[in-house]
Write a protein that binds this ligand. Structure first.
Ligand code: SF4
Length: 320
């Protein structure tokens, strides 16, 4: 008998996020997303700007815009996520490290306060825990004693990673955590983030538009388009042999290695639909070279094809 399937650490089901808009019910920017994240894995959400990936991450952290309407089921270790889970079982890393740190407190003081409030340790023990967490990300005593503005962008991002992990969360949600950094620093910070999460036993949900970084760092990936997941599975399958035409188009829009200087960069033709303007059929149909009449009238339901979940009437390679 095969071993029982592991229980998911995070289970997201039928997540909808609507923002205020012209329609009475608002603009549905996230349209019924569902996925699982398992203990110890790196799970990535990818897609173009406006696909709904950051809004999904913010909704999971209970940080969707105040005017948004969020519905659906989000369970962490089988229990609904509550506000008190943030900073404890669940930690977030935002795009802008500076906004995550208080400008008027030294970095180690901020971490020590977080440790005191969550773990109830005394000041001395909390400060020691803060220094250990900062040292684990490569920040020494002088950096730890600095104010955030005195640190470089990369060092601030290290401090935010330490802050996210200092209370031993089960899951870290990182929303484009290296956007403000140059490519070398991006790679070093992502490697550090993945390694520190693994060392701390935390799963990592990584929101990114950088497919190459996801290929290097994630175990599984969900590709979002117009607020829906169009393909979900192991990174080597989804990014190695995409089944959804949108995933293939996204990969084809990456610049080829060794592209000569001043060459035209490849682009994905057409534009994503305006959020909420996806009434009928597959949202990708206007840009899809494989679209048929069925695609224009019926929204495809997700199904399993070649070891991944695909929402497409005509997955690539299905009949090959
Ligand atoms: S359902 Fe049709 S339009 Fe949508 S991605 Fe698949 S083939 Fe293209």
């Amino acid at each position: 008998m095969p071993p029982p399937a592991p229980e998911p650490l995070l289970s997201v089901d039928a997540l909808h996020v609507s923002l205020p808009g012209a329609a009475p019910a608002g603009v549905e920017a996230v349209r019924g997303i569902g996925f699982e994240v398992y203990a110890g894995e790196v799970f990535a959400l990818v897609g173009e700007s406006g696909a709904g990936k950051s809004l999904t991450a913010r909704a999971l952290l209970g940080m969707a815009p105040r005017t948004a309407t969020v519905s659906g089921r989000v369970l962490l270790r089988g229990a609904p996520v509550t506000r008190t889970d943030l900073g404890r079982r669940l930690a977030g890393i935002p795009q802008d490290a500076l906004s995550a740190l208080s400008p008027v407190h030294r970095v180690e003081d901020q971490l020590a306060l977080a440790v005191q409030s969550v773990q109830g340790l005394g000041r001395r023990e909390a400060r020691a825990a803060a220094r250990r967490a900062l040292a684990d990300t490569g920040l020494g005593p002088e950096d730890a004693a600095a104010y955030p503005h005195a640190l470089s962008g990369g060092m601030r991002q290290r401090a935010v990673i330490a802050m996210a992990l200092v209370n031993g969360p089960d899951l870290v949600v990182a929303d484009e955590p290296t956007t403000a950094l140059d490519p070398d620093r991006q790679e070093r910070i992502l490697t550090l983030l993945r390694e520190r999460c693994a060392a701390a036993g935390a799963a990592l949900l990584l929101v990114s538009h950088d497919l190459e970084a996801v290929r290097r760092h994630a175990d599984r990936v969900a590709v979002l388009y117009a607020g829906r997941i169009v393909e979900l599975g192991p990174v080597d399958r989804v990014l190695g042999r995409p089944a959804a035409p949108y995933t293939r188009a996204l990969l084809a829009s990456l610049p080829a290695p060794g592209l000569p200087h001043r060459s035209r960069l490849p682009v994905l033709s057409g534009a994503p639909p305006f959020p909420g303007a996806t009434d009928e059929g597959c949202a990708f149909a206007p840009r899809c070279p494989y679209a048929t009449a069925l695609c224009r009238t019926e929204d495809p339901e997700p199904r399993t094809v070649d070891g991944r979940r695909v929402a497409c009437h005509h997955p690539l390679g299905e009949t090959a």
